[in-house]
Design a protein around this ligand. Sequence first.
Ligand code: SAM
Length: 277
Amino acid sequence: MQRRFEVGGQEFRYTPPGMTRIDPEPGDQSMFVFKSAEMIAQYRAWAERFRGGRLVELGIYDGGSTALLAKLFEPQRLASFDIKDDVPELTRFIAINGLGGRVFANFGHDQADVDTLEATLEAQMGPEPLDLVIDDASHLYAESKASFSSLFPRLRPGGLYVLEDWSHDHRRSAAMHQMIQADPDGAVSSAVTAALHESGFQDGVSPVTTMARLVLELMLVAAVRPDLVATIRIDQDFAEIERGTADIAGRLVVDDHLAPLPMLLDLRDEAASSQVS
Ligand SMILES: C[S@@+](CC[C@H](N)C(=O)[O-])C[C@H]1O[C@@H](n2cnc3c(N)ncnc32)[C@H](O)[C@@H]1O
């Protein structure tokens, strides 16, 4: 089924993350976003709060999400970044809508390259603080944490840093477990489990790369430094981190502000061993 909606004269197609993208028919001018209907509703809610604001987006993909931010928020400034080269549809959208001085699409940028990120933002956004940052790029722990360290301090107090699709690995893992349980002779499940194990995955999730690790760390920062991380709101699609009122000089080193949590793994082991056999 081809899902569609329209904002400010621009038509969009959408498919939830993890599903297959549907290509447009020739001549179709709609733009594609990798989001569910619920996620788009959340974007509309943020637009009510941050209309006319200063936004940064990481993860452009086909350009539709950048176009959606431009139409919904009518931002004062929007800078978007992606590691891939060029998306002609987005360049065309910016030109047709006369957004050249306000919306900037930056290609060939790795989100972990914070020096380049900062220099580009300096040039495109100036020194005023940001209202909203949405990270929908690599979904990897180290890369996401690098961008966070640089961009979170640039938010104004009360501004939001959104880690989109943070639970992706875990949802995939749950789906894999369902598939294994439904596998009648176990042949598929043993092959999948062995392959994942060899790649360093545990329960279908890599403890090294999962973005959920950053979300958990930020909860630990909120425990002891609410002036840095004021609130965290989590649902299946988004982790929304509100910046507190502290002055942050330069980048934020998350590891310097973690509340101790020595029991996490022990509790898990204890829970497993206390199960009645
Ligand atoms: C999930 S897609 C973005 C979807 C888009 N925001 C939307 O809603 O339609 C993720 C994008 O992140 C980009 N990406 C992956 N790793 C990256 C990295 N290290 N730095 C910057 N962008 C990256 C990919 O090229 C891809 O276009």
